[in-house]
Design a protein around this ligand. Sequence first.
Ligand SMILES: Cc1cc2nc3c(=O)[nH]c(=O)nc-3n(C[C@H](O)[C@H](O)[C@H](O)COP(=O)(O)OP(=O)(O)OC[C@H]3O[C@@H](n4cnc5c(N)ncnc54)[C@H](O)[C@@H]3O)c2cc1C
Length: 442
Amino acid sequence: MLGSHFNTIIIGAGISGLSSAYFLSKKNKDFLIFESSKYLGGTIKSKKIKNFICEIGPNTVLMNNDSVKKIIKENGLLNKVLYPDEKKNKNRYVLVNNNLTKIPTSFYEFLFSKILSLKSKISLLFESFASRHTKNVTVADFIKKRFGNEFHDNIIEPFLTGIYAGDTSKMSARHCLKLLWSLEQNYGSVTMGLFKKKFKKPSSFNFPNGLGELITTLSVNLKEEIRLNTSVIKISKHGDLYKIKTNDNRTYTCKNVISTVPAFTLSKILFDRKLSLELKNIDYSPIDVFHFGLKKKNIRDKVNGFGLLTKKNDKKSFLGILFNSSIFNQLAPKGFELFTVLVGGQRNRNLCKLEPKLLQEIILNELNQLINHSGPVYMSNHYRWKKGIPQYNLKYDYIEDHIKSFLDKNTNFYINSNFYRGISVSDCISKSEFISKKINRN
Ligand SMILES: Cc1cc2nc3c(=O)[nH]c(=O)nc-3n(C[C@H](O)[C@H](O)[C@H](O)COP(=O)(O)OP(=O)(O)OC[C@H]3O[C@@H](n4cnc5c(N)ncnc54)[C@H](O)[C@@H]3O)c2cc1C
């Protein structure tokens, strides 16, 4: 059956799809958005359970670019934004001998921190003598060469696990350590670059009802353009136009396509066989997300901070714990604390195959010991992301070349997914504005 013609078709109504639609609509609404599920928001899922605001996907967004600032301001969300309690937010912990230990944030704290040995601290002073990389390497190789093994194992590995749930011995330094890589390339050393360039740490934010508020707000003015429960099953090219076939057996034509779907989905529906084969090689880390609402009075070791990240040799079943209500007290009812525990990733893939009840028991046991909690669990929730976060591994350099040459050949086709040019929500919004402006100019 024939659908109709649109200037642009957006595939997927996660933050990339919805923010693209928002920026496109500044010129006109000659577009349609297809979303395979019955929900909007994709990975952004906020759920209110017993008055706890549980984030199943992202927990915070960085206010680190103009597109994010614009989308918040122009949609009247500025007065709703929740900023974390900054004093607590800068407290990020790792484990040293099974004790929560703060990652130093000042030179003074660094000198006395137990996270690194004296030898390792001294070796950091020699970072500027390490030679510049002439080709991309893994995160582990990059950090170990410049800062030593201990710095990698005790700080960088846990920190990046918190973002990518990845394996630093496979991850690409150029893609996953963008800032450090560019400082090294431009100044010859990271330390030198840090001295020469001034950085302002961007703040992160949420909303009183979770990040879902951003999704709800963006979708209010897009009711006519969104088609829920509609999967794109085939994209083909006919001259200068693209044909989009959906699972309700309709075919639409359009001048521009914005694809926001994961690599493993795009590989199945795309007309270019070569790129499809490459996209299949992008690995996704599985992640299980647990939420626990606990009574404050039952927690003996109070936590104050953003959260805790573990390293490989801590031998914990979880990758990290976010102390949500410590930095945003609005996310838990009075008298309670909310914890989000992330499990799996490349490090513990197999845990994401365990029966959820059994896994919850293991995780809860470890959490109870860590914060000295005894008593019943007031609220719990579990979600399994079988394919959670795309991995920018070393071989990604090669895949990226394929993506670029596909995009060069197929003008007006845009890949705006988190497997291309950044995974954070703020990256997604920034890419959306860039692409939409380009379309609106034509
Ligand atoms: C557990 C977890 C925690 C995270 N934490 C953070 C964080 O704290 N901060 C941060 O900035 N980022 C975080 N991220 C990353 C960030 O959330 C994602 O990269 C981002 O939300 C991706 O948005 P997207 O719109 O590009 O893709 P998605 O959210 O994946 O949206 C794609 C949409 O396409 C739809 N779709 C799929 N196939 C089809 C089809 N054939 N036809 C039509 N529609 C289709 C899907 O249903 C989905 O709605 C986290 C990710 C995970 C998994």
